[in-house]
Ligand binder design. Structure first.
Ligand SMILES: O=C(O)c1cc(=O)[nH]c(=O)n1[C@@H]1O[C@H](COP(=O)(O)O)[C@@H](O)[C@H]1O
Length: 291
């Protein structure tokens, strides 16, 4: 090749993936603030006239994704309900993740993983690496092996434009026994987790990619929720909380709340238009409170 024919530009630069926090803000601005949980309980399969088997699981999941993937901002499939059917259940989950993402919804994999750092690396590879068949936009994590044990997941998430939601104040009545316990400096364990998340999200705009899970069922809390990241709020509907409870729980952090509803929406199936109507009604009630 003559010198004149040599390319004058350097190698193409690879753009880093857009951070999860920015993607979440964009999709919730466009579609509304609701996350719909995909929790195929045996009782729901029965109520939908489906068998409690892989065929029932598959029909249920496809119905939810087909009906809602172009409307809701985020789906949160609960991995346990798929894992109970073994590899064929996981295959249903894998397809749901791909179909939901292809339709423009984000997927938050509810797997609540937490382990020693070296094993966390493998969980991170499973859910947060773009080359994985189960790659999801975000995953739920448990910090109770120590926040630092989550480091491999935080790093993989950052490198892949993915996010994490770390359990801080859960919606179940058993949570306070652990989460309200205090550490040597007087902070609750939940506040320690929230402070770590705030440090991870420092300076991120418009929103950090490291979220916290804070139950909508909590009532008033003294916790400082200003983590500059999303706050996943389960507990609406079947667990007794409603949109009207959110201001009391979240106060100034309300704009960053991502409310999630599973049974409260899913009980309206299997009719697709009834599922969509439930999502619209839920979204309207939430927008009135959150915006
Ligand atoms: O991380 C979660 O999603 C979660 C945290 C929490 O504190 N409470 C809680 O209910 N969840 C999950 O949120 C979903 C709630 O389902 P519904 O009560 O049917 O809306 C389930 O998949 C739970 O596993």
């Amino acid at each position: 090749m003559s010198a004149a024919a040599e390319p004058t530009e350097g190698p193409a630069t690879v753009q880093p993936p857009e951070p999860f926090g920015a993607r979440l803000r964009r999709v919730t601005d466009a579609r509304g603030p609701l996350c719909v949980g995909i929790d195929p309980h045996a009782a729901l399969l029965d109520a939908w006239g489906l068998g409690d088997d892989v065929a029932g699981l598959e029909r249920f999941t496809r119905t939810v994704v087909d009906a809602l993937a172009e409307e809701v901002a985020v789906f949160k499939p609960q991995s346990a309900f798929f894992e109970r059917f073994g590899s064929r259940g996981v295959a249903v989950l894998e397809r749901a993740v791909a179909d939901a993402r292809a339709a423009g919804a984000l997927v938050l994999m509810d797997a609540k993983r937490g382990d020693i750092g070296s094993t966390m690396g493998a969980y991170a590879a499973a859910y947060l690496d773009r080359t994985s068949p189960l790659f999801s936009d975000a995953v739920t994590l448990s910090p109770y092996l120590g926040f630092g044990s989550l480091r491999p997941a935080l790093e993989t998430a950052r490198a892949n434009g993915a996010g994490v939601f770390v359990l801080a104040l859960t919606s179940n009545p058993e949570g306070p026994e652990v989460q309200h316990a205090t550490v040597a400096d007087g902070r609750t364990l939940a506040q320690v987790v929230l402070d770590h998340l705030a440090a991870e999200n420092a300076g991120a705009e418009p929103l950090g990619s490291c979220g916290a899970v804070v139950g909508a069922t909590l009532g008033r809390t003294d916790a400082d929720l200003a983590i500059n990241g999303p706050l996943l709020a389960p507990g609406l509907g079947a667990q007794g909380a409603g949109a009207a409870d959110l201001p009391r729980v979240f106060g100034d952090a309300l704009p960053n709340v991502l409310p999630t509803v599973s049974r409260g929406v899913l009980r309206h199936g299997p009719d697709g238009s009834a599922l969509r109507a439930a999502v619209r009604a839920e979204t309207e009630a939430l927008v009135a409170v959150l915006r």
